[in-house]
Write a protein that binds this ligand. Structure first.
Ligand code: SAM
Length: 252
């Protein structure tokens, strides 16, 4: 069971406010390029592909094929179908792929929804070719300093700190034969300023696991913090105020 229900309302909210605009993903493009060393003949499995933002980015950037595996029908419905993106129902513990058929696995903000990470790690091992990387984009407990939402809504860390830690994740994958190959923090940026974030923060609350657990009071105080900062920024767009840093963990 995922921590939240990705129904039609949540999927629409996710699509509207949680996809990072493509222009803000250039540092992810370069980080993934370094670790994946992509080629046009590759197939990448995007596990928990959501609304398909990364599936589309990978096919556009690297010309490879993506199998987007996603358990929620509402999220799958949001994925833009192209010749390079195959969309399949499934989850991390039951991947609808043959043995040793993929050249990489991508899991973005998914591992905290997976009920048994060890089972998933074994399943990922089954579908990957030997030596293929697992690329995990995640905010790990104790490593949330660069997470934008934690800056404005510090109590979101309460939930984020219950997610699988870096150590737990590496251990679960080690049991399936993977070792940690790299770990780095990668920045994404938003072209619009704080007023824009303030404008869609109610929708964001619907689409984000850590925001959902805030009390009304915590949410109100965070919004007030954001309102004051947006007023001070005076509508200016600063990469410093609108950026988010998450970990990229690479296992092989
Ligand atoms: C926060 S969203 C991330 C979506 C996408 N990866 C992204 O970064 O834009 C989490 C996604 O994981 C999916 N999910 C939940 N449980 C899962 C599981 N056990 N295996 C694979 N995906 C799962 C949800 O349906 C949801 O689409």
């Amino acid at each position: 069971m995922a921590r939240i229900t990705y129904d039609e309302r949540t999927a629409a909210a996710f699509k509207a406010v949680r996809e990072v605009p493509r222009d803000g993903l250039s540092e992810w493009r370069e980080a993934v390029r370094r670790h994946l060393r992509p080629s046009r003949s590759m197939t990448l499995v995007d596990i928990g592909a959501g609304t398909g933002a990364f599936a589309a980015a990978f096919t556009d950037w690297f010309g490879l094929a993506v199998v987007a595996v996603e358990p929620s029908a509402a999220m799958r419905d949001q994925i833009v179908r192209t010749a390079a993106v195959e969309v399949l129902e499934g989850d991390a513990s039951a991947l609808p792929l043959p043995d040793e058929s993929a050249d990489a696995a991508w899991l973005s903000l998914v591992i905290h929804h997976i009920p048994d990470l060890r089972v998933a790690a074994h399943e990922i091992r089954r579908v990957l070719r030997p030596g293929a990387p697992v690329l995990i984009r995640q905010g790990f407990p104790g490593r949330l300093n660069g997470v934008e939402l934690v800056r404005w809504f510090p109590e979101t860390a309460r939930t984020a700190n219950t997610f699988p830690s870096l150590e737990e994740t590496c251990k679960a994958f080690a049991a399936a034969g993977f070792h940690q190959d790299a770990l780095e923090q990668v920045r994404e940026t938003y072209p619009a300023g704080l007023a824009d974030l303030l404008g869609h923060v109610d929708t964001l609350r619907r689409a984000d696991t850590t925001m959902r657990d805030l009390t009304e009071d915590e949410f109100r105080r965070g919004k007030e913090r954001l309102r004051r900062a947006a007023r001070l920024a005076g509508g200016t767009v600063s990469a410093e105020t609108r950026s988010n840093r998450l970990d990229l963990l690479v296992l092989r």
